[in-house]
Design a protein around this ligand. Structure first.
Ligand code: HXC
Length: 510
């Protein structure tokens, strides 16, 4: 008996060594951790339960029969993050370059299916050379089955992709379907076709990093939601991130104890808005001053910076924050910012996370570039996302809320539950100067007259009281009292229960 038990230990030790010490050293040499080391950081100590440690591939071609490694290049199972269950698959680059075989795919599918059944998130750690070349179409089938499972799990349990090495070709489409993608600077990349193919087809010369590195996707394409310095930082931040999320769509997000009083006043907010309407200010300052302990987990920090989105807490309860950033493009809505915020709003709505929207928007960004690239459809995504969302929605207009952008940014008219404005708010069809130049076109040559009329227009419309008189704004509030007013609103909205009409699914303008 003892001998048999010893054999199990030996078998486990072999499996734990993956592709062997030399390849582990090579992995470390690239600045990357191994699949198992990553899981050790991700999960609470001793909480990881591994499955399928002894699964091997079934390929016989190209002498693969003699090259079987227990686990087959992916470590799978479940564990806890701060006591809450999560499933994981972590590709092991030391085994056939983490490439995906039929068996490797089946292991991933097993944890994904169980995650949906029990209602727990799936974290996928990607570090792979792609399809197992020796297996051919069986590997492609495996990918497709993973894609299908990603789609079925979408909106049921949170799915997070950590890209911590290569992720190329069709393999990118699993992370692409998941809710969030985080990457690691200098050691991870994602692209549909690599630099060699790009060179052959378009004659462009690019490095892997330029084509699909972490900052390329976090800053240029918006494919990645964050870029971290190294594996350890990425995994520690992921633990922090998961604390904001519910385990599934059947749950509310967790409530964390908070020492920050809900009615905390912040008088510095009374002077946040500059005297000149054209002067920017940092919307992040407001966000940080409102949230519990100033704790804000920003999503897509480097992409479409004219829109800020991310998670925080109010009275310990997770909230999603959507906010225009006047410091970039004056806070205008454009294609990228609309897409970024729309996807975020839909995530919050899927997973019962209330949304707080801070508005300072002069309108949609004008120009042929925006029109030719479809700002009409992309802007509609954000409008659609806010309108269909049934989670509690609290909106605060700090300054400008002009034109169609006013309607889009979680206005009362698209089911904003509680809509506040600061006394500095200007809710109007457009800015005073632009309005006067249209209404009084005949006076354009007369600077004095235009100035006078602009002043008059401002006095009439550059304030929140017209909208408040119509009930479109529930109250005009003191900036210093904003946190308390939002907390009370969210407490009142806790039992909100509305349903959209039955449908198979909607047809959001993709
Ligand atoms: C089998 C693979 C592999 C793969 C790497 N390896 N990729 N084995 N199938 N796809 C093996 C290598 O043979 C090597 O084995 C070990 O993994 C490490 O690879 P290296 O090349 O030494 O590592 P590195 O220099 O870091 O380069 C990493 C890499 C490169 C850039 C990922 O390995 C590479 O280009 N691999 C091929 C990528 C590829 O073309 N994949 C198929 C794409 S098509 P040893 O024994 O020497 O350690 C695809 C379609 C998916 O993925 C479609 C889904 C719909």
């Amino acid at each position: 008996m003892r001998k048999i038990i010893q054999k199990l230990d030996e078998k486990r030790a072999v499996a734990r060594l993956g592709g062997g010490q030399t390849r582990i050293d090579a992995q470390h040499g690239k600045g990357k951790l191994t699949a198992r080391e990553r899981i050790d950081i991700l999960f609470d100590e001793d909480s990881f339960e591994e499955w399928d440690m002894f699964v091997e591939h079934r390929c016989e071609d190209f002498d693969m029969g003699e090259a079987r490694v227990p686990g087959d290049g992916v470590v799978t199972g479940y564990g806890t993050i701060n006591g809450r269950p999560m499933f994981v698959y972590s590709q092991d680059f030391t085994v056939f370059g983490g490439s995906l075989s039929e068996s490797h795919a089946k292991k991933i599918l097993k944890v994904m299916e169980k995650a949906v059944q029990v209602g727990a998130p799936v974290i996928g750690i990607n570090d792979s050379g792609g399809a197992r070349i020796q297996e051919g179409v069986a590997s492609l089938a495996g990918y497709a089955e993973v894609f299908l499972q990603n789609v079925l799990a979408s909106g049921v349990v949170p799915q997070i992709s950590m890209v911590m090495g290569p992720c190329a070709g069709g393999a990118v489409y699993s992370p692409a379907i998941t809710d969030f993608i985080f990457m690691v600077k200098d050691t991870s990349y994602m692209f549909v076709t690599g630099p060699d193919v790009v060179k052959a087809v378009t004659h462009e010369t690019v490095t892997q990093e330029q084509l699909g590195g972490a900052m390329t996707h976090a800053g240029k394409s918006g494919v990645a939601d964050g870029a971290f310095e190294n594996d350890v930082e990425a995994l520690v931040q992921l633990r922090r991130f998961m604390d904001f999320l519910p385990l599934s769509n059947k749950e509310k997000p967790p409530v964390m104890p908070s020492a920050d009083p809900p009615d905390r006043e912040d008088f510095s907010l009374d002077t946040l808005i500059p005297d000149s309407p054209n002067k920017p200010y940092d919307m992040k300052e407001l966000i940080q001053k409102i949230l519990d302990e100033g704790d804000f987990f920003e999503i897509g920090e480097h992409f479409a910076k004219n829109m800020i989105v991310g998670f925080g807490r109010m009275e310990g309860q997770t909230v999603g924050v959507v906010a225009n950033q006047p410091m970039v493009l004056a806070g205008c809505l454009d294609i990228d910012s609309s897409r970024k915020a729309a996807r975020f709003v839909r995530f919050c709505d899927c997973f019962n996370i209330p949304i707080i929207t801070f508005v300072d928007v002069p309108g949609f960004l004008p120009g042929t570039n925006q029109e030719y690239n479809g700002i009409i459809k992309h802007g509609a995504k954000l409008l659609f996302a806010f309108a269909e969302a049934t989670v509690p929605k609290v909106t605060v207009i700090t300054r400008k809320a002009y034109g169609g952008a006013y309607d889009v940014m979680s206005s009362k008219h698209i089911r904003g539950d509680v809509n506040f404005a600061w006394p500095t708010a200007e809710i109007a069809v457009m800015g005073a100067r632009g309005a006067v130049e249209i209404i009084f076109r005949q006076d354009i040559g007369d600077a004095e007259k235009i100035a006078e009329r602009t002043k008059d227009y401002e006095a009439r419309f550059a304030n929140p009281f017209r909208a408040a008189a119509l009930g479109f704004i529930d109250d005009v509030i003191m900036p210093h009292a904003t946190r308390g007013r939002i907390c009370r609103s969210l407490a009142m909205l806790k039992s909100k229960d509305i349903k959209n009409p039955w449908k198979k699914h909607d047809n959001i303008p993709l």
